[in-house]
Ligand binder design. Sequence first.
Ligand SMILES: C[S@@+](CC[C@H](N)C(=O)[O-])C[C@H]1O[C@@H](n2cnc3c(N)ncnc32)[C@H](O)[C@@H]1O
Length: 217
Amino acid sequence: MNIAGRREVRSFARRERPLGRAALAARERLWERLGVPEGQWGHLGEGPRDVFLDIGFGDGESLLTSAASDAGRDYVGVEVYRTGVIKVLRGIEERALGNVRLIEADAHDLLGKVGEGRIAAIQVFFPDPWPKTRHHKRRLVQERFLREVVRVLRPGGLFHMATDWTPYAQAVLDAAREVPALVLAGEERGQRPCTRFERRGVRLGHEVRDLRFHKAA
Ligand SMILES: C[S@@+](CC[C@H](N)C(=O)[O-])C[C@H]1O[C@@H](n2cnc3c(N)ncnc32)[C@H](O)[C@@H]1O
């Protein structure tokens, strides 16, 4: 953070076109029902149902599919990409899903406000790999992020990351060694749906890695 309180190194690039009138109207119509206002972030996970956080859900391919097939859990998606947020608001409405809500924010700002031990699972699928060495500091999943994850996960909770960029997977494994409460549990993909980022990685011949960690009980 600088003195104005703004984060200088961001894990995302700001390159969005202005939203069209139809997109803005959809947001206006759906946000009140499906968005989680900042004032409620501190209450996430207080209720009896498990909360799964999907950080950087993009176009929501994975978020919508998972939530639709898992009605017993609540899914909260976090994204900075406004076009994706609106697309997913529409997707929730079209599929009449009652277990998904969205947050439009930098995940770091959200995690800082969530209470300790409240979240059942956090998933980060295909985060921007920032492959150039001078950009590594922009990667979302670094030691600082893992410490935030461990704080908000409940004991036994799951952190699941998938990437098609092997050096990123390796850097996360290295960072996780500095966070002893996060224990590598395996590399299975489980029920994770395939998204266009995975399909692109496979087309390019990249190996897809799934890293699953549990918070020590
Ligand atoms: C490559 S996309 C992957 C999208 C999706 N998870 C998938 O697998 O299809 C990465 C997404 O992470 C989002 N993102 C990056 N940094 C973020 C942050 N700090 N907070 C919230 N979202 C972030 C980007 O806007 C982008 O949509």
